[in-house]
Design a protein around this ligand. Structure first.
Ligand SMILES: Nc1ncnc2c1ncn2[C@@H]1O[C@H](COP(=O)(O)OP(=O)(O)OP(=O)(O)O)[C@@H](O)[C@H]1O
Length: 307
C-alpha cells in the first residue's frame, strides 16, 4: 500500500494537475493506494504525524509537491526509520529533483517509485536552537540571512504566482534575489565548525548549510555537496559590498562563485552560528522565523528514498 500526500497548490496548481495524471496511472495499473490532499500550509506535517501514529511498521509515503511540501512532511514523520519515501516533483523550484537528477515527467517518476527495488539512503540536516523553539529537519539546504529573506519574499510575493502561470517560476527567485540584496542589512556574528573556536565576521550576507547542490530554484550554491558524505557543505559570504555581490550573482547560478574573495566554503558535521541580532532562517525554502543562535547538524543516511 502506498500513501500519497499531495500539495494541490504547489507551483500555483501544478500539484493538482500532476496528481490527476498520477491517479489515472495508479488506477490503470490497479496499484493499492490512499491519497491525502493538503488544504493549508502546515497540513503536510499534520498528515504525516497522523499517518505514522495510525499505522505501525514501515510506510511507503509518496510526496507530490515542491521542496516546501517535502520539508513539511519529513518534519512530521516521528521515526524516519519507518518511512520509505517516494518523491514526485511538482513545485516551482524543485531543487531536490534537480540535485538528484529526477525526471520532469510525473509518470516516469511514478514508474521509478513503483519499480523501486532498493532504497537510496541520504543525509538530512537538522537546524536547532538551544531553547528547542527551532528543531527542524531539511533535505536540500538551510540558510541564515540573505537566502532566507529571498524565500520569505518568494512565499508571499504575487510575482511567484504570476510567473508560475507563465511557467517562469525559476525567474521569481532571480528577480527577488536582486531586490532583496539592496533591501536587507548585512549580518554580524560568529561561526564555529565541528567545535573549532568561534571566528567573528562583519558584513555577513548569508550562511548556508547545503545537503544538495542546488537551492533557490537552481542556484548551484554548493557544487561539491554530496548527500551521502555525512557532512554539511557550508557556503558563507562576508566583507563584500552589495555592488560586488551583484556581480557575483551570475557566477552563483552556475556554481562558479566559490573561488572569489569573500566567499568561504568548507564541509563539516556541525555548524554553530551566533549572530548579534536575530535574522531569518529558511529550511528548504520554508521560513519558521528569526533566530540569532542556531546549530546546524548533519544526520547521516537518515532518509530512505524509493529510487
Ligand atoms: N492547500 C494548500 N494551500 C495553500 N498552501 C499550501 C497548501 N498545502 C501546502 N501549502 C503550502 O505551500 C507552500 C509551498 O509548497 P511547495 O513547496 O510544495 O510548492 P512550491 O513553493 O511551488 O515549490 P518549491 O518549494 O519547490 O519552490 C508550502 O509552504 C506549504 O505549506
Amino acid at each position: 500500500m502506498y500513501h500519497f500526500i499531495i500539495n494541490p497548490h504547489s507551483c500555483t496548481g501544478k500539484g493538482l494537475h500532476t496528481w490527476h495524471q498520477i491517479k489515472a496511472e495508479l488506477d490503470r495499473l490497479s496499484v493499492p493506494y490512499e491519497s491525502y490532499l493538503t488544504t493549508h500550509p502546515g497540513h503536510g506535517k499534520e498528515l504525516a504525524e497522523h499517518l505514522f501514529t495510525q499505522h505501525a511498521g514501515i510506510l511507503k509515503v509518496v510526496i507530490v509537491g515542491g521542496d516546501g511540501t517535502l520539508n513539511e512532511i519529513i518534519n512530521g514523520i516521528p521515526d524516519m526509520e519507518r518511512a520509505h519515501i517516494g518523491y514526485i516533483p511538482a513545485g516551482s523550484s524543485n531543487d531536490l529533483g534537480r540535485s538528484l537528477g529526477l525526471s520532469k515527467n510525473p509518470i516516469a517518476n511514478l514508474t521509478r517509485i513503483l519499480n523501486s527495488s532498493s532504497l537510496h539512503l541520504m543525509d538530512i540536516g537538522l537546524a536547532s536552537t538551544q531553547d528547542g523553539k527551532l528543531q527542524n529537519r531539511f533535505l536540500v539546504s538551510s540558510g541564515l540571512g540573505y537566502d532566507a529573506y529571498v524565500c520569505v519574499e518568494a512565499l508571499r510575493s504575487p510575482l511567484k504566482t504570476f510567473l508560475n502561470h507563465l511557467r517562469l517560476g525559476k525567474l521569481t527567485y532571480i528577480i527577488i534575489a536582486i531586490m532583496q540584496l539592496f533591501a536587507r542589512p548585512f549580518m554580524e556574528g560568529m561561526i564555529s565548525a565541528d567545535g573549532s573556536e568561534f571566528k567573528h565576521y562583519k558584513k555577513l550576507l548569508l550562511i548556508t548549510s547545503m545537503i544538495q547542490k542546488y537551492e533557490g530554484g537552481g542556484m548551484k550554491m554548493s557544487p561539491s555537496a554530496d548527500p551521502n558524505d555525512g557532512k554539511l557543505s557550508i557556503c558563507f559570504v562576508h566583507g563584500l559590498s552589495k555592488l560586488r555581490i551583484l556581480t557575483l550573482l551570475p557566477f552563483l547560478l552556475f556554481g562558479k562563485h566559490t573561488g572569489f574573495n569573500g566567499v568561504e566554503t568548507f564541509d563539516c558535521e556541525e555548524l554553530r552560528v551566533k549572530l548579534t541580532t536575530p535574522h531569518a532562517i529558511h529550511l528548504d525554502g520554508e521560513c519558521p522565523g528569526r533566530y540569532n543562535e542556531v546549530t546546524v547538524t548533519c544526520l547521516p543516511n537518515k532518509i530512505q528514498l524509493l529510487q
